[in-house]
Design a protein around this ligand. Sequence first.
Ligand SMILES: *[C@@H]1O[C@H](CO)[C@@H](O)[C@H](O)[C@H]1NC(C)=O
Ligand SMILES: CC(=O)N[C@H]1CO[C@H](CO)[C@@H](O)[C@@H]1O
Length: 314
Amino acid sequence: MLAALSAVALALAGTAVATTYNIHDTFIGSEFLSGFTWEAIADPTNGRVNYVSQATALADNLTYTSSDTFIMRADYTTTLTASGPGRNSVRIQSNNAYTYALMVLDLRHMPEGCATWPAFWTTGATDWPTCGEIDIIEGVNNEVPNLTSLHTSAGCTMPATGRTMMGTSASTDCNANDNGNQGCGVDSSFSNSFGPPFNSNGGGIYAMERTSTSISVWFWPRNSGLAPAAVTSGASSLDTSTFGEPDALFVDTDCDIPSHFTAHNIIFDLTLCGDWAGNAYPSTCPSDCIDYVNNNPADFENAYWDVASLRVYE
Ligand SMILES: *[C@@H]1O[C@H](CO)[C@@H](O)[C@H](O)[C@H]1NC(C)=O
Ligand SMILES: CC(=O)N[C@H]1CO[C@H](CO)[C@@H](O)[C@@H]1O
């Protein structure tokens, strides 16, 4: 009898994944200043940027907060010399790390423009790509790649078809060492999930849930009526089983999530040119990417993040 009960309990433990989450961290306005670290580091993706400290970002108004606004931007007034450092910009990382969690980002505006490569993503502190990487929002040069992707160590792939999601599988091998670190991506079903169309619509809300068996991303455009009321109001508890079909879903049929993803910090960054935006630049943008960044400061006036809130539930 005891043995039979244990077997039932084990079977349940293997399948049951909680869908109700309680608020753990809220970042609104100045709460970003204490909850995140400004990473004044050389850009690992080789962009034409100079990531500045929090003190410099505040002094130069590249970081600005109000009671309900958090703005991060690239410098848009300085003409650069070719031999000097890149354009001042901001990369921030959360002080807390999260494993099984639900992150909800209410975003009014994301950086746009030729040469820009904004990203909102999560990764582990060490041992990339073994720690895994989840790119929730990422794209370049205003193109609407609307892509959510994973980057992992070897042994993680996604099925090309058969996932219950609104988006479309774009690539299935998550191994960062294959295909020039393309990762496994899903194209969003929403044309206003990125860049100028996102901004002209007033943005929207992104949510990312990681469980031990799946990673899901939802996107709800502003004023679409699609976002659950509890999400829009920032409720202290959320149940993802009420969210409907995700835009992107990553499953564990050929990818053991716990062994490919460690505790992750949250990162926002804005680089210019570099490994992806620089290589993709000639197909849609004028002249040379680095010359463009150096000589056209005013074109970066819309290269900013405007975050209404970021809430992390566990
Ligand atoms: C700083 O940036 C904010 C947001 O873009 C803007 O509203 C404010 O006027 C700027 N302050 C100064 C002194 O330029
Ligand atoms: C809805 C939407 O805009 N989808 C686009 C996502 O990105 C791919 C690749 O760039 C486009 O082909 C889709 O049209």
